[in-house]
Ligand binder design. Sequence first.
Ligand SMILES: C[S@@+](CC[C@H](N)C(=O)[O-])C[C@H]1O[C@@H](n2cnc3c(N)ncnc32)[C@H](O)[C@@H]1O
Length: 262
Amino acid sequence: MEEANLLTDNPALYEARFPDPQRLAGRWTEETLRSYGSGPRVLDLGCGTGRDAAYLQARGRTVTGADLSGAMLRHASREHPGPEYLHADLREFDLGPRRFDAVVCLDSALLYCRTATETASFLTSCRRCLDPGGLLVAEMRNGAYFLGRATFSEAPSVHTFTHRGVVHRSVTRLRVDPAARLLRRSRTWTTDDGTPPVEQSSAWRLLLPADLRRVLLTNGFQVLALHDGPGPRTEPPWREGDRPAGTTDADRLHVIARLTDD
Ligand SMILES: C[S@@+](CC[C@H](N)C(=O)[O-])C[C@H]1O[C@@H](n2cnc3c(N)ncnc32)[C@H](O)[C@@H]1O
């Protein structure tokens, strides 16, 4: 079921809150696909506003963007045309006869698979639509970073920005739930236009690098690279020509895996 979420229900607000004017995520993805020799057909799962899908399409790829949010898909078709946009649940999907050379899954979308079963089902679905030798490129929060801090309780992060003349303020709290292996996020939104505050919560799976490697191997993928940066959401962020670190400790994880033939 689609969760109510102020940002995914308001894609323009999402882009205002998380601007990417230099298309860093798209550029990182394009360079990764190119350096691993990917063919042109790309599926962007959890494509959100479509800005990365459209960037890849503009680089000459044939892109399909898929998302659970109807609001995101409508925004993507309108504001970032070019790719085909489809409604799909990344935890289990079947896109019929469509075949891809790569699946990309950015900004922790893969972690909406909140159990081991859902992650395996996601990989089964990827296998179904990838041609042999196809790539999986994903970028996400790193479970090792958060689980390594057993008492993790970061101070709330406060962010203020103006969108269409209205000042929006978000207060975000992250909490590790070790029993459920989830990183839980609660966020309070307030505005200066008299709208009542909105409380929202979400959760991502806390996936350890070793667990990610294992689930990929057992589902027919060879891991080509697994590292904590630099990437589009690391600090400092990735720049063209940067080589990946050999570590997997920091808060973002990047994985490139290839579907094996057997
Ligand atoms: C953090 S946004 C990432 C958007 C985009 N990939 C980016 O990097 O800007 C997460 C996206 O995943 C989508 N999403 C969440 N759960 C999903 C699911 N089960 N299947 C497909 N998309 C999902 C949300 O609707 C949202 O658009």
